[in-house]
Ligand binder design. Structure first.
Ligand code: ADP
Length: 404
């Protein structure tokens, strides 16, 4: 291995894997800590954790353990990947994990750049934009677990870290001002060429952290790019779509699907064993059709469920249900899973016992198909975080799989 990456959720990790795979380098993705027989032999090894919303102490120790494995297996460089919308709270994990990794690697500083220009995420003057809107005015302000109400990343990061926080603005970069001396540096990037520039300019003594896009120029900079990719495994079976994301884009994708194809809605307030059995009976009665089972709802309904159940309980109820539905679908022969939602994807892959995947073709920027399970009976998974994909993401995903 040459490059080792740690991601704070599963869909973020597949997003990173898909983009790094574009280089042609072979990319292996571990869902959770690598198993004891993992050998770290891919050019790029990514460890996907589910620690975005864990208490700081838990997240830091999980990331330290992952970093140690990567370094022991040859990683020359580490990358800490989080969401391109900087999802975290003031008690959040982005800064504390970076501080722990700086310590572990012996580096001196960390740079933070969540920009993902191809997906409309840009950072300018330290402010994060989602498309044309400031982060705090985008739908991310209503996220069920990490509502983002401040777009100024210097301000968002400050309460998370011990060290000083500064900004390397685009203007400073373009006028060749030196890299700031603060321990933590938010870096602007609006276009992909800005990210390439950052990777070229940032000294080795700086820990690289960001969304998936900042990692894209790294394989090239390390001489890992290759011209031929290995073929994808083949799965031919019934497919299922599971959606626990309540993001604006997922709501559009769910609306698009439900208007045409079989769909079943789960409500966290009514989600007892009987309701789940009803859902599974419905699924079993749909023949070979691809069905959507979803908890996706509008912000008002999400708030109502959270008020009654509490944020954690509402989320966990849905995640547990999605995991159980996935296991039942697998028992019915399903080997193709399209999953919407970062946390939801974590719950589904855990329920299916998938520990490690190889990375296949991209459905849209940031979402590749990945393949896990036994090599003679592989499982294909499309793990999409909230705001990714077009309105037709679910049908797009199935089409890409058919063609691969
Ligand atoms: P995203 O990628 O959009 O952030 P996630 O799956 O990571 O999606 O997070 C969505 C969270 O919201 C999950 O914990 C999920 O279980 C929870 N959730 C889903 N539907 C509802 C609902 N109707 N009410 C309350 N919480 C919900």
């Amino acid at each position: 291995m040459r490059l080792g990456c740690i991601a704070d959720d599963f869909t973020g990790a597949t997003d990173l894997a898909g983009l790094l795979r574009r280089s042609g380098a072979n990319v292996r993705l571990h869902l959770g800590h690598p198993s004891t027989d993992a050998d770290g032999s891919a050019d790029i090894e990514i460890i996907a954790l589910k620690c975005r919303t864990e208490p700081v102490i838990v997240a830091v120790s999980a990331c330290e353990k992952a970093a140690q494995w990567l370094m022991e297996h040859g990683a020359e460089k580490l990358y800490w990947k989080y969401c391109s919308t900087f999802d975290s709270t003031c008690l959040g994990n982005i800064g504390p994990v970076a501080e722990a990794l700086i310590e572990l690697t012996g580096q001196k500083q960390a740079v933070y750049c969540p920009a993902f220009p191809e997906n409309g995420r840009s950072v300018f003057m330290g402010h994060l934009f989602v498309g044309n809107e400031l982060l705090s005015e985008s739908s991310l302000k209503d996220h069920p677990l990490t509502p983002m109400t401040d777009s100024n990343l210097v301000r968002v990061l400050e309460p998370q870290v011990q060290g000083s926080v500064g900004l390397w603005s685009r203007i400073d970069q373009q006028t060749a001002k030196p890299f700031p001396t603060t321990t933590h540096v938010i870096a602007d990037a609006v276009e992909f060429s800005d990210l390439e520039h950052l990777i070229k300019q940032i000294p080795d003594s700086v820990l690289l952290t960001g969304g998936s896009a900042l990692a894209m120029p790294i394989p090239d900079s390390m001489g890992l790019s290759k011209s031929r990719k290995a073929p994808n495994p083949i799965t031919r079976s019934r497919a299922i779509i599971l959606s626990g994301s309540c993001s604006e884009m997922t709501r559009k994708q769910v609306n698009e699907w439900t208007s045409k194809y079989p769909s079943y809605k789960l409500n966290p307030l009514e989600l007892d064993p009987q309701a789940l059995t009803q859902c599974l009976t419905w699924f079993a009665n749909q023949g070979q059709s691809t069905c959507l089972i979803y908890a996706t709802d509008n912000p008002e309904s999400v708030k109502t469920s959270q008020k009654v159940l509490g944020v954690t309980e509402a989320g966990e109820r849905i995640e547990a249900a999605m995991g159980f539905v996935a296991q039942t679908a697998y028992a019915h022969g399903v080997r193709q899973f399209v999953v919407a939602g970062g946390e939801t994807s974590g719950a589904v892959t855990q329920a299916l016992g998938i520990k490690e995947v190889v990375v296949g073709d991209e459905i849209c920027p940031g979402v590749p198909w990945v393949y896990g399970g036994p090599s003679d009976d592989p499982i294909a998974l499309a793990l999409k975080s909230g705001n990714f994909g077009s309105n037709k993401f679910f049908t797009d995903a199935l089409e890409v799989l058919l063609q691969s």
